[in-house]
Design a protein around this ligand. Structure first.
Ligand code: BGC
Length: 252
């Protein structure tokens, strides 16, 4: 089934048509910068532009960069604080006339890797980490999603949250080289390893495209691999989640 997958990020909102049964992307990715206000109404307009671009008719799967419970935003993430309490599902349905399945963006990226990428068939605790404006995390235990893991929120010194220290936006903001930033990312992974002892960590998100420039700085014991689907995982996983909801009436 062909489904439109949308990945909402702090800097860009991206969509593509996906074959949700095979995980294959059927079109080029279409990207519109996230409105600088990062407010609900402004972002809903961009979502409508993306749906229109594909002249799409069916249900939409959408990865969203905050905690999402039953379609409702529960935390601001790196968006405007007025998002908290908004029913994202309803807002986007109103803006587009389409049915939406909304879930956390890193959970969506994890779905793609667990179904069609390096996580396929892997047992135990698998953690998807996405590096972008924030640090996202999706957790799967024996293939089942434990929604809304928020490892990027671990308190860290004066940075308050570790994502302010080790996400791609920190690299940009502080003008860090890959060498410097990579050490920070490794520190984050060390904490993740200490706290939850995962069996495998999969690294995705925009910065994973530059894997060669920082993977030598990763020194933890746990296996850490690059998501082959890289920054397409969020789009593909959102479409997969939408298909699941169509079939089962819920995500798991
Ligand atoms: C949010 C997460 C999100 C991550 C990546 C964080 O700021 O708290 O929910 O997955 O950014 O977008």
């Amino acid at each position: 089934m062909e489904i439109l997958g949308i990945d909402v990020g702090g800097s860009g909102i991206k969509g593509a048509l996906v074959n949700a049964e095979t995980g294959e992307m059927l079109t080029e990715r279409y990207r519109i910068p996230t409105p600088s206000s990062r407010k609900p109404e402004d972002m809903a307009k961009v979502i409508a532009q993306i749906v229109d671009h594909f002249k799409y008719k069916g249900p939409v799967g959408c990865g969203f960069p905050t905690i999402v419970k039953n379609g409702v935003c529960q935390s601001p993430g790196n968006l405007h604080p007025s998002w908290v309490g908004v029913n994202i599902d309803e807002l986007f349905t109103k803006a587009t006339g389409h049915e939406f399945t909304v879930l956390n963006d890193a959970d969506a990226a994890g779905y793609a890797s667990m179904n069609y990428g390096v996580g396929k068939g892997k047992e135990g605790l698998i953690i998807m980490i996405t590096i972008g404006t924030g640090l996202g995390s999706g957790a799967f235990y024996n293939g089942i999603l434990l929604p809304n893991f928020e490892l990027g929120q671990i308190p860290f010194k004066k940075y308050k949250k570790i994502e302010h220290y080790a996400a791609a936006s920190a690299k940009e903001r502080e003008g860090l080289t890959f060498e410097k930033w990579g050490k920070r990312f490794n520190k984050f992974l060390k904490l993740v390893e200490l706290i939850i002892s995962p069996d495998l960590i999969i690294v995705g998100g925009g910065t994973s495209k530059r894997w060669q420039e920082f993977n030598h700085l990763i020194t933890i014991e746990t296996d850490v691999v690059k998501a082959e689907l890289m920054n397409h995982a969020g789009i593909i996983g959102a479409a997969v989640a939408c298909l699941r909801e169509q079939h089962h009436g819920h995500l798991d």
